[in-house]
Ligand binder design. Structure first.
Ligand code: HEM
Length: 249
């Protein structure tokens, strides 16, 4: 008989010992603040894990399996976004009572968040600054940067089957590719939704003009991140159907 039980299988003794509020006397809201961040980091871990499968499916040219992965990833991004709402119940004066205990720690130092952005395809100036400002690029992020972006993997998959991006939308024979392209855009929308809900949470708790513990301009800095795009070609290909500009052929 196995001696595994619920607590040992999930390493609950370890897991439940990892919430360590720093405020003294302990502020009643700090546990929630820590758990929402820790839970987000756990989901980031799962998302990065699922990206490994997605990348393998794209590289192997399997659109249905890639679509299955994207469906799961999109669900997970939704969960991470929704759990931000737990902190909507944290009024400003109560956060102010323990914010000082965070020191200079900030979500902007989240290595897994940066790795997700890197896998997804960010390579722009703003992003490169964000990943270098706290020291050398973490290996997890570097590994993601060394690989092709998701958009590139998708376009390579199409090219190896002699399909151009606009054909994916123009020709019903490519319906599976189209579903995959739309699932990628759904991911981009879901991620942007996290960014929006997060910046709104920040404004709600510390106000639009207060600087962050990480040294940025706070909400004003975060607003700028919302316009970043993982899949510029998937967005611009639409214009082709309205007499507009060139997409990647
Ligand atoms: C009380 C709630 C929260 C406040 C007031 C807050 C505040 C901020 C601020 C002001 C920044 C800008 C960087 C800085 O100067 O610190 C930031 C960035 C960030 N925060 Fe939060 N945050 C909160 C909750 C969360 C949660 C629950 C997560 C989940 C992991 C999170 C993840 C991040 C990430 C990943 C960034 C970097 C975003 C980017 O650069 O695009 N934050 N946060």
């Amino acid at each position: 008989m196995s001696d595994v039980n619920y607590g040992s299988y999930l390493a609950l003794d370890d897991l439940l010992a990892l919430q360590r509020p720093r405020s003294t006397p302990q502020h009643p809201d700090e546990l929630l603040f820590i758990v929402v961040h820790q839970a987000s980091e756990l989901w980031f871990k799962v998302i990065l894990h699922e990206f490994e499968s997605l990348v393998a499916h794209l590289a192997a040219g399997s659109a249905p399996l890639a679509l299955q992965s994207m469906k799961r990833i999109n669900g997970l991004v939704g969960i991470v976004s929704n759990e931000l709402s737990a902190l909507d119940t944290l009024p400003p004066q109560r956060f102010a009572q323990f914010r000082g205990y965070l020191g200079a720690s900030s979500g902007s130092q989240s290595v897994q968040f940066r790795a997700i952005e890197a896998v997804s395809g960010l390579r722009g100036e703003h992003f490169m600054h964000a990943i270098t400002e706290h020291g050398p690029i973490p290996p997890l992020v570097q590994r993601a940067l060394d690989r092709p972006t998701l958009q590139q993997l998708f376009l390579d998959m199409l090219a190896s089957n002699g399909v151009r991006l606009e054909q994916v939308y123009a020709d019903d024979r490519h319906a599976t590719y189209q579903l995959l392209a739309e699932a990628l855009l759904e991911y981009e929308q879901g991620f942007a939704r996290w960014r929006f809900l997060h910046v709104q949470l920040v404004e709600r708790i510390i106000g639009p003009g207060t600087g962050g513990t990480g040294g940025t301009l706070g909400a004003r800095y975060l607003q700028k991140t919302i316009s970043q795009r993982f899949f510029p070609d998937l967005w611009s290909v639409r214009a082709k159907f309205f007499g507009g500009g060139a997409a990647t052929p």
